[in-house]
Design a protein around this ligand. Sequence first.
Ligand code: ZN
Length: 280
Amino acid sequence: MSKARPITDHSRLSINTATTRAQWGLAEAIDGYARAGVSGISPWRDQIAEMGLAKAARAIEEAGLTVTGVCRGGMFPWGSEQARIEMLDDNRRAIEEAATLKAQCLVLVVGGLPAGSKDLAGAHAMVEEAISILLLEARAAGVPMAIEPLHPMYAADRACVNTMRHALDICERAGEGIGVAVDVYHVWWDTELQSQIRRAGRERLLAFHICDWLVPTRDLLLDRGMMGDGVIDIPLLRGWVEAAGYDGFHEVEIFSELDWWKRDPDEVVKICQDRCLTVV
Ligand code: ZN
């Protein structure tokens, strides 16, 4: 298996603002990434709300950054009718925000089991029902929706869609305007990864998120590694998505309470850039 060609510049580097969220708010991240020569940004909705949507849109545009995703919509399964209404409203706002920011996609973390539930199949059905409702609105707004399958350790509380196969099955039933965000952290272990990436093809591959899997992993959520510090063969996986036709951004997304969130954010950005030229 030949790997992807080396990366020689930062024209396809995007940084997800989670990577510097402990140090920088959105305004600072926009400035910091642009100042370093990063080309894309993927903001989180709490940070967008804090800055103000219109102001964020203007600042991102002025900085010349491409919005490679908005994080996040989803959290679909509901425990009551009221929760269902609120979930749909919140996702409609997420679609609007993604449209205003001209985002390449709205990332969907689909949600796990409602509190107290053991009905996994029921949660899966709720995910598909919510997607079928919201996809019409996302299409009308011109916002592609990207299901991000999460590692199975999050099945109960964050996302009950854990494989590319499941995500793509949902996409096929849903039709156009929906695809997947491939995050190496969540799917690197999957024996079907290469074949499912091929199945997704250019049309359904909407985002490529990178970081690394540390051994040992000290926290289920907040101990992601910098590319090159763990066990994921990122060039191999990048080669697979590119062979399937993906030519979009490489979005660095690192939640790291124990390490990278403690560092100087300008240094974090610089190291993201360096690692993209050497180990991605
Ligand atoms: Zn991701």
